[in-house]
Structures are given as C-alpha cells and as structure tokens.
Design a protein around this ligand. Structure first.
Ligand code: AHM
Ligand code: MG
Length: 339
C-alpha cells in the first residue's frame, strides 16, 4: 500500500520552490491548515448547537455560542497572529485591516487576506461552506502591515487557497506551481494529498448562477444562460445547472468536473457581489493555475488593481472555453449608452 502524503510533508517538500523563503511560507500554510481543522470541528457540530447550547446562547461548557463566521474569523486571526509570518491580516468580517505587531511578527514579510467563512448562510441548512485566503508579500517597508499591502493586483499573489467544509473537508492551494488538493482524514487529524496537480477541463458542462436574478442580468449574461439551455449535439448542450450558493463549493465542483460560475452585476449589486481581494483573486489564482480563466467580463480578474479592501467585482470563472463564450456574448450585447 502506498504511504499517504500529508499536507505538512508536501509543503516542506515544496519549500525549495521558493528561492528566497526561509520556510516562512511553509509555516504560514501550516498555520492556516491548523485553523482550518479547528473550524472543521466546529462546522461539523453546527447542527448540535441548539441541543448543546443552553438558553442565553451558552454551550455545555458555559461558553458563549458564537456565530460560526465570527468563530472562524477569530480562529484564523489567532493562528496567523501568533505564527510570526504575517504583519497584517484583512478579513471580510473586519472593516479595516488588522495589524500584527508583536515580538514574533518582527520582520514578517507576508500579509493574508481572507474570507473566514464564505457562504455562511448555508451553515444552518447543512450545506458546504468554505474559507478563502490569499497571501501577498508586503510592499510597505517596515513595522506593521499597511492597507497598500492588500491593494496589490492578484497577479502578485504568492499563494492562495481555500478550505471547503463539505461532505469531507479539503484544502486546495496553489503557490503558482499548479494546484493540489488535500482531504482531511479526521481519524488522524491530517490533510492528506488526495488531488495532486488538479486540472480544470477546457470545456465544461455545468453552469452555476443565481438564476433568480435573471431579469437584472446584463444582456450578454442572459444570452449565455439561453446558450447553455439550447440543444446542440456538437457541444453537448444543454448544459446542467448547479448552484450551491457557496462560491467555494461551486468553484470547487467546477474545478473537478468542468464548468463555469457566474456572479454578474445585478440591480441589487450593481458592482457585483463578490469581493475582489479575498474572494475573487484567490479563486482566480487557483482556477488559472488549473488551466481555467477568471474575468470580470472585460478584464482578467488578477489584473484588476484594487482601490479598496472590500471592493466588489462581477466574476465569471471556470473552464476556459465557457468563460471565453461569456466574454464574447458580453462584448456583443453590451449596452451602449445613449448619446
Ligand atoms: P458571503 O461572503 O456573505 O457569504 O457571500 C458570498 C456568497 C458566495 O459564497 C456565493 O457565491 C454568493 O454569496 C451567493 O449569493 P446569492 O445568495 O446572491 O446567490
Ligand atoms: Mg464571502
């Protein structure tokens, strides 16, 4: 029987890929994995909160029962703050960046942007959620990290990944040298390499979009939905529609089976809903590394220059041919402003 390779073994093995890293990135990824395991444990007993919790939101140990997204946020911030590799953290849950300025963080070169628990409205109904993270090398010179460290284009990401808390828990990450996936074996408490060198199909058969917003979509997106629904033997259409409502889970499925995920502009979200810095960029880095594409409709996601931490963007991400079809239809049907 072949020996399993743990995430820890794998990242140490790959450390030499980083000429100038003295192991910090390795430790940083390990810290993220540990926080992920703690969040996994809580997510997996989420349904028990009502049983274990006492009145007044206390659990059986008398601790305050926290909303899981807040809990996840605290776990990741704690793991990253004590690790000593990051000088600042940005989170969907915090308006401003969290600077890390303690004895161990002196000289820390990295910043981490994250969505600690994406799709958290799915928690109550036992549907997959995920953590998304993006790692940059700081551009500010010294002291605690600064906002400018997070406002770098996605092309500057040193590493990015997600942890999906699904029917199993998986960590998928890239350091710009392909994408690898690790499944948590709860019996030994280790992420084990289960999906080496993940590749995204060039053509997919699945499209993922909240079609309830149809009337508010740009014309090109409406045309794409109709294109997916038409019958055409040569391209294997109609395609299947699959929408989980957790970006991590939708992108993860499409990464494995081929497909495209769309979150366009709508009237409720005229700039799109998803956040560039800690949702779209990390997912784009992974999907591109697996051979797919990610665009805002007109521009490559990773080339957008963020001007605010919580900036939103439309997102079209997935199998290359499908994303290019969307770009083509958006260009053809873009609304011209009346003179
Ligand atoms: P969140 O960060 O508040 O959880 O929102 C992001 C989530 C994504 O995971 C998902 O793709 C999207 O919101 C679903 O939005 P909608 O319910 O509008 O379809
Ligand atoms: Mg989110």
């Amino acid at each position: 029987m072949e020996k399993v390779k743990t995430l820890g073994e794998f990242i140490v093995e790959k450390q030499d890929d980083f000429l100038y890293s003295k192991g910090e990135l390795t430790r940083l990824l390990s810290d993220i994995a540990i926080a992920g395991k703690i969040v996994h444990r809580e997510v997996n007993k989420a349904g028990l909160a009502g049983i274990l919790g006492e009145t007044g939101n206390k659990n059986i140990q008398g601790e305050q029962v926290k909303k899981l997204d807040i809990y996840a946020n605290e776990q990741f911030i704690a793991a990253l703050s004590v690790g000593g590799e990051v000088c600042a953290i940005a989170s969907e849950e915090n308006e401003d960046i969290i600077t890390v300025d303690n004895a161990v963080s002196k000289g820390a070169k990295y910043v981490v942007a994250m969505d600690p628990l994406d799709g958290s409205s799915n928690i109550d109904v036992n549907v997959s959620v995920g953590t998304i993270f993006s790692i940059y090398r700081r551009v500010s010179l010294s002291g605690p990290g600064k906002l400018e460290d997070f406002l770098q284009a996605g092309t500057e990401q040193v590493a990015a990944g997600y942890i999906i808390y699904g029917s199993s828990t998986m960590m998928v990450y890239t350091t710009g040298k392909g994408v690898n996936g690790f499944t948590l074996d709860p019996s030994i408490g280790e992420f084990c390499l289960s999906h080496p060198n993940m590749q995204m199909a060039k053509k997919g058969k699945t499209y993922s979009i909240n079609e309830g917003n149809y009337v508010h979509f740009p014309e090109g997106v409406k045309k794409f939905i109709k294109y997916c629904q038409e019958e055409d033997a040569a391209t294997n259409r109609p395609y299947s529609s699959r929408y989980i409502g957790s970006a991590v889970a939708d992108v993860h499925r499409n990464l494995i089976t081929g497909g495209v995920f769309l979150y366009p502009t709508t009237s409720a979200s005229p700039k799109g809903k998803l956040r560039l810095v800690y949702e779209c960029n990390p997912l784009a880095f992974i999907v591109e590394q697996a051979g797919g594409k990610a665009t805002s409709g007109t521009k490559r996601i990773m080339e957008l220059k963020p001007n605010a931490l919580h900036q939103r963007t439309p997102l079209f991400i997935g199998s290359k041919d499908m994303v290019e079809k969307i770009e083509e239809l958006l260009a053809k049907h873009s609304v011209s402003t009346p003179a």
